[in-house]
Design a protein around this ligand. Structure first.
Ligand SMILES: Cc1cc2nc3c(=O)[nH]c(=O)nc-3n(C[C@H](O)[C@H](O)[C@H](O)COP(=O)(O)OP(=O)(O)OC[C@H]3O[C@@H](n4cnc5c(N)ncnc54)[C@H](O)[C@@H]3O)c2cc1C
Ligand code: FES
Length: 219
């Protein structure tokens, strides 16, 4: 884990999401599913973001501008600088025989990098509109469903599921695939175990999601 000031290479828009590409410097790419804390200009607390892609010399983050921090990140321009800390947390286990990637909305963010690591396995992606589904271009060959069709309507059986998306989607995936690896979210202030802001109940115990997760095995 390192903290470095990096500069923005470009911000590419993919449907309603901003793909913020920064120079990698000496930062490690980490394991798919791990995350980085990005310091948005003008915001006191950094924001956790999954690594979406790691092209040569770059790190790329797919950002849904839903609030002040994410909007400030999405409004960055080429040459702007920001501090980045990571990689953090536990990523996906890659020792799976028949992987199937499942993503919902901005939950597809860690899947392009995961797909590369697993040599492009099949994927099912769900979005709330055609505009949001433009982000599926980051994961070619994925099956795409749009509300009211849900990813769980298109889930084949007998696969090793690795999923990221909104909590109700993860709960529904867990009901169908009890051994799935699921990437969860919680508000995070530090990202490395110091603030206890991300405490969630795991197997009846209170744990810090930034340390134990964000990827948890559901069974
Ligand atoms: C490990 C991890 C990886 C993430 N990866 C990505 C990513 O790749 N791309 C991306 O766009 N977002 C990602 N997020 C979510 C992102 O960090 C939040 O959307 C962001 O921090 C919101 O900041 P804001 O200032 O824009 O909005 P805020 O004003 O802070 O929040 C806007 C709304 O979202 C809710 N919210 C904020 N953070 C979370 C959260 N973590 N979980 C649930 N609800 C939340 C708030 O309660 C509020 O209702 C990730 C979160 C985690 C924990
Ligand atoms: S975000 Fe601070 S302990 Fe997890």
């Amino acid at each position: 884990m390192r903290r470095e000031r990096r500069s923005v290479v470009a911000v590419d828009w993919v449907g309603p999401y901003a793909l913020v590409r920064v120079t990698r410097g000496s930062l490690d790419r980490g394991i798919p599913g791990q995350f980085f804390m990005l310091e948005a200009p003008g915001r006191v607390l950094p924001r956790p973001m999954s690594l979406c892609l790691a092209p040569r010399g770059e790190l790329a983050f797919l950002i849904d501008p839903i609030g002040p921090g994410t909007r400030a990140l999405a409004e960055l321009e080429r040459g702007d600088e920001l501090a980045i800390l990571g990689p953090l947390g536990n990523g996906f286990r890659l020792d799976v025989a028949k992987p199937l990637l499942v993503g919902g909305g901005i939950g597809i963010a860690p899947l392009p990098y995961l797909s590369e690591a697993l040599e492009r396995p099949p994927a099912v992606l769900g979005f709330r509109s055609e505009h949001h589904a433009e982000a599926a271009a980051l994961l070619p060959h994925a099956e795409v469903v749009i509300d009211p069709v849900l990813v769980t309507d298109a889930l084949p059986v007998g696969r090793d599921v690795l999923a990221c998306g909104p909590e109700p989607m993860l709960e529904a995936v867990r009901a169908l695939a009890p051994d799935a690896q699921l990437a969860w979210e919680a508000p995070m202030a530090c990202g490395y175990g110091a603030c206890y802001g991300c405490v969630v109940e795991i197997d009846g115990r209170l744990e810090r999601l930034c340390v134990e997760g964000p990827v948890l095995c559901s069974s």
